[in-house]
Design a protein. Structure first.
Length: 568
């Protein structure tokens, strides 16, 4: 097409001219007539091709959802749309080369033109900002001078207080006015760059560019960056990072070895793997502005059941006077399935028990899960007399909870813990539920404002109960894996609920409800596990470790409360 080629040549020529020029008289992309002509040409190339294909696909999706159509009508419509799509594909292929060449030349020209416009705009707005700052200094000096005269003429303390108050008010108003005008100048600069990115996306027919998107995000972040907000949001993490750096430096000096080694990192991840399940479970309850005090007892329940079933030979423990049992006659696969099923089923059953009272009678989860904790605690200790169930079968323990040998590096045998794999799968599953399902969206809605969620048609009862069920499934899976780490007993998991709750809060899941991400909970678990490991590695007394944990918890909750108050 001759017209298309002329536009390509003209765009290339203009781009070269702009590259050699110092500036341009054009102040916005909308003023440029060449870009307007290119947009018209691209629209004509895409109208009956790629754009029509997109529209027809939307028509097909709408037809599939349209309940007013009969099956025959729906099939007829879809068949017609698909036939039109095939015709549009032929046109799209015919115009593909011209489209690509023109859009490429147009983007190059738009980049050159935008560079000049951005430079010109930044220069103009920066001059305005300097002028505003200068005027603010002059205005402040004048306000202070006037106030000094009035103070000198004041005849009473009341007049002096009035002048001082008016001085502060005038200075505040002057500063606020100046900052507002400066923000407007910065808005203009940011908008010009945003227009540049949007223009390129339109020329590419909606396709994004990684480099442009990254630059836009960085500029937006720099524009919105406020030191006070940054330290409020990240102060705790910065303090923890500093703590870890200090530990890494101190460890070799104190003779404890290199803390930041691959074996130590894998050990931290292994210790965090089972606790990840508990944090993922309790995270949903915290998102609903609740909590769960029964996590530790859930761990003990599932681990004891798993230990009883997977114990090699006859058990040494009786349960409520029944047993001891010997499950070795069953195939190992069946025993594993049975142990996992019972661990999940029992944990879910008790979670449903607590969840029902919270969802139905609006009892705070603190109370309902405290009750569940006491019930499980009593049942386990009464049923087993507190006797450990013993180790599980060594073969299955190595299969699930063992390590893969990676090799020898720098004289050290490196092994990879197998428990990391199910923990990673759990994170992905939880992330999918939270972010890609209607249930996940309902969780955020109920946690943010349960009354508003109810008015909008969301079942608060079933959403709340669903979160408890999800928590029970995660607890059961984690408790099953916990049995592969140590001999299970009624005391297994003591204090795990505090670690799980603390990990979620450190990870940014707000106790005020409706705020948080599953990735934050996962990072919180790793941070908390690393903290404990570092302190142990340095030989810090276990009792003192509780002090560090307590300080982190209160700091995290305090920062969360401050942010919540600021939002209100």
């Amino acid at each position: 097409m001759e017209h298309i080629q002329n536009l390509i040549d003209l765009a290339s020529k203009r781009a070269q001219e702009l590259g050699a020029a110092d500036s341009t008289s054009i102040q916005s992309l909308e003023e440029d007539t060449l870009l307007a002509d290119i947009h018209k040409a691209l629209e004509s190339l895409r109208c009956e091709g790629v754009n029509k294909i997109l529209q027809l696909r939307q028509n097909i999706a709408s037809a599939k959802k349209n309940k007013m159509l009969s099956a025959e009508e729906r099939s007829a419509h879809i068949a017609q749309y698909q036939a039109e799509i095939e015709k549009a594909r032929i046109i799209a292929r015919q115009n593909q080369a011209d489209d690509a060449a023109l859009s490429k030349a147009a983007v190059s020209y738009a980049n050159a033109l935008s560079a000049k416009i951005i430079k010109s705009t930044d220069c103009i707005q920066n001059e305005k900002i300097l002028k505003l700052k200068s005027e603010y200094k002059e205005r402040s000096a004048q306000i202070k001078a006037d106030a000094q005269k009035r103070l000198a003429a004041a005849k009473s303390e009341h007049e002096k207080e009035t002048v001082s108050y008016e001085l502060k008010t005038s200075l505040f108003d002057a500063k606020n006015h100046t900052q507002t005008e400066i923000d407007k100048c910065n808005d203009v600069k940011r908008q010009v760059f945003t227009d540049h990115i949007q223009e390129n996306r339109q020329l590419r027919n909606g396709r994004t560019n990684f480099a442009e998107d990254t630059e836009l995000k960085l500029k937006n972040y720099a524009y919105n960056f406020k030191p006070a907000k940054f330290f409020l949001d990240n102060g705790l993490y910065l303090a923890i990072v500093v703590f870890f750096i200090v530990c890494i430096i101190i460890a070799p000096i104190s003779g404890n070895g290199n803390l930041l080694s691959l074996p130590n990192i894998f050990t931290i991840l292994e210790q965090a793997s089972t606790r990840m399940f508990y944090a993922l479970g309790v995270a949903g309850l915290i998102l609903l502005a609740g909590t769960d005090l029964s996590v530790g007892r859930m761990v003990a329940l599932g681990a004891v059941i798993t230990g009883l079933i997977l114990h090699p030979g006859q058990n040494i423990v009786t349960f409520f006077g029944l047993g001891p049992w010997d499950f070795t006659a069953m195939p190992m696969a069946a025993r594993m399935i049975m142990a996992l099923f019972l661990a999940i089923a029992l944990c879910t059953l008790f979670c449903v028990f607590a969840g029902f009272f919270s969802a139905k009678f609006k009892i705070h989860p603190f109370i309902s899960t405290l009750s569940t904790q006491l019930i499980i605690y009593g049942l386990l200790f009464f049923g087993t007399s507190g006797t450990p169930v013993g180790s599980i079968d060594s073969d299955i323990k190595d299969l699930i909870g063992g390590r893969w040998i990676l090799g020898v590096f720098n004289g050290e045998l490196i092994t990879f813990p197998k428990l990391i794999i199910p923990a990673a799968i759990a994170i992905v599953a939880a992330w999918f539920i939270w972010n890609k399902t209607t249930f996940g969206k309902n969780m955020y809605a109920v946690g943010g404002n349960s009354e508003a969620a109810s008015v909008s048609g969301i079942s608060v009862f079933w959403t709340t109960l669903g979160v408890f069920i999800m928590a029970g499934i995660f607890y059961g899976c984690g408790a099953f894996l916990e049995a592969f780490k140590a001999n299970a007993s009624a005391g297994t998991g003591q204090g795990y609920e505090m670690d799980a709750i603390a990990a979620c809060v450190v990870g940014g899941i707000s106790f005020n409800g409706g705020i948080g991400k599953i990735g934050g909970a996962a990072i919180g678990v790793i941070i908390f596990t690393s903290l404990t490991y570092c302190l142990t590695f340095l030989g810090i007394d276990t009792n003192l470790q509780f002090v560090f944990k307590g300080l982190i918890i209160i700091a995290a909750v305090a920062l969360d409360s401050i942010k919540y108050l600021k939002r209100k």
